[in-house]
Design a protein around this ligand. Structure first.
Ligand SMILES: CC(=O)SCCNC(=O)CCNC(=O)[C@H](O)C(C)(C)COP(=O)(O)OP(=O)(O)OC[C@H]1O[C@@H](n2cnc3c(N)ncnc32)[C@H](O)[C@@H]1OP(=O)(O)O
Ligand SMILES: O=C([O-])CC(=O)C(=O)O
Length: 377
């Protein structure tokens, strides 16, 4: 008798490639990008610097950073047809509109068809700047306003808030958005980055892979969690209701959103920065109740923490966006803004010594049988 085939459903625990980008230790609850702790990067760096680090492998010198920043700023343009496309589907979910607009860019900008490392870097830098422009332009258009033009004097994070709101953000708001982007920038072989790699494995172009990644990020088990956490907080309403909410969810064997992770068995190391952001912002804005509800949910989930069920990065991020007055359906697109450098470098890594990604499914359907003509079925 032949050995039974071992099936790794969901590819749990399977290594399919090597990567020099981020190191996640799920047991210890640590994360680093290119060897630098996420805690140092979140407190000392900027999204531009982290993007450079991820894409080129080293922290930039002052001149390298200035050059990279200039490339990002020069790329803050959209072909006018993209606004027409956004207008045509303005009532859709922003994630669907974003994905459609990125797909349109592949058709509108001929250079997006090029493959190879230099092309991926150039196209990736362009898309990194265009993705926030698309999201902000859609939000303006659906609210009957004209899109706000990008401001070349602002950082990536500050320019995003400027385009979204049409007013210059405070230094604190811009920094919080910057930290959010840093924390979301890269996370190994998560579902959306893996999906992007599968696309590149067929020798497709970067824009195609980013469309794949956006589709995959949108689901509630991945990037959609922040939106669901906000809905959960609204449903709970008061901290004293949290325990009953958790009890009911557990009894129904339903996931408590914002908890759990495929890799982490300790708390997701990114969560602490977001937690601190919610606490501070809530106090500053005279709205501490959001933080209190979240902490009441954490308290109610304590019995499960010892089984490795802890908060993930998106448990706190939704409330930060809510406190900033950002509509709930923009939470996943905001994740996409941050994840751009991660997707780009994963695609670059994949196309170095590329290999088609094509695992097997073990057939468990009917035995061979004869075709039956339609009139005899
Ligand atoms: C940025 C990100 O993508 S982070 C993830 C964002 N997603 C969420 O917050 C949604 C809620 N969480 C989940 O659905 C899951 O935790 C996932 C999809 C993220 C990971 O799922 P898996 O890898 O299958 O989790 P894992 O194998 O560790 O599950 C272990 C057990 O914990 C349970 N579990 C996992 N997450 C949760 C949760 N949030 N609430 C309750 N139970 C959970 C599983 O049902 C499983 O129970 P079982 O052994 O009785 O079947
Ligand atoms: O790694 C994962 O599975 C999901 C995640 O946390 C991320 O993409 O940031």
């Amino acid at each position: 008798m032949s050995e039974p085939v071992k099936i790794n459903r969901g590819l749990k625990g399977v290594y399919f490639e090597r990567s020099g980008v981020s190191d996640i230790d799920g047991a210890a609850g640590t994360l680093s990008y290119r060897g630098y702790s996420i805690h140092d990067l979140a407190t000392k760096s900027t999204f531009e610097e982290v993007s450079y680090l991820l894409i080129f492998g080293e922290l930039p010198s002052a001149g390298e950073l200035a050059g990279f920043d200039a490339r990002l700023k020069a790329a803050r343009t959209l072909p006018p047809q993209v606004h027409d496309i956004i207008r045509a589907c303005k009532d859709g979910h922003p994630m669907d509109v974003l994905r459609t607009a990125v797909s349109a860019l592949a058709a509108l900008e001929p250079e997006s068809q090029q493959v190879g490392e230099d092309a991926f870097v150039a196209n990736g830098i362009r898309l990194t700047s265009q993705v926030p422009m698309i999201i902000a332009a859609h939000d303006a258009i659906r609210n009957g306003r004209d899109p706000v033009p990008a401001d070349p004097d602002l950082s990536h994070a500050a320019n995003w808030l400027w385009m979204l709101k049409g007013e210059k953000p405070s230094a604190e708001a811009a920094r919080l958005a910057d930290v959010d982007f840093i924390l979301h920038a890269e996370h190994g072989s998560n579902a959306s980055s893996f999906a992007a790699r599968v696309t590149i494995g067929t020798e497709a172009n970067l824009h195609g892979a980013i469309v794949t990644a956006l589709s995959t990020l949108a689901g509630p088990a991945h990037g959609g969690a922040a939106e669901d956490v906000m809905k959960m907080v609204a449903e709970i309403g008061e901290p004293e209701n949290a325990a009953a909410y958790v009890k009911a969810k557990r009894a129904a064997k339903e996931a408590v959103t914002g908890f759990g992770h495929r890799v982490y068995r300790k708390e997701d190391p990114r969560a602490r920065h977001m937690r601190e952001g919610v606490r501070q912002l809530g106090e500053e804005m005279g709205a501490p109740e959001w933080y209190e509800i979240l902490q009441a949910v954490v308290e109610a989930m304590q019995p499960y923490a010892r089984h490795g069920l802890n908060v993930n990065v998106d448990f706190y991020s939704g409330v930060i966006y809510q406190l900033h007055g950002i509509p709930m359906d923009l939470y996943v697109p905001i994740f996409a803004i941050g994840r751009m450098p991660g997707w780009i470098i994963q695609c670059i890594e994949q196309q170095r010594g590329n290999i088609l990604i094509r695992p097997l499914t073990l057939y468990n359907g009917p035995e061979p049988r004869a075709y039956v003509d339609p009139d005899r079925r």
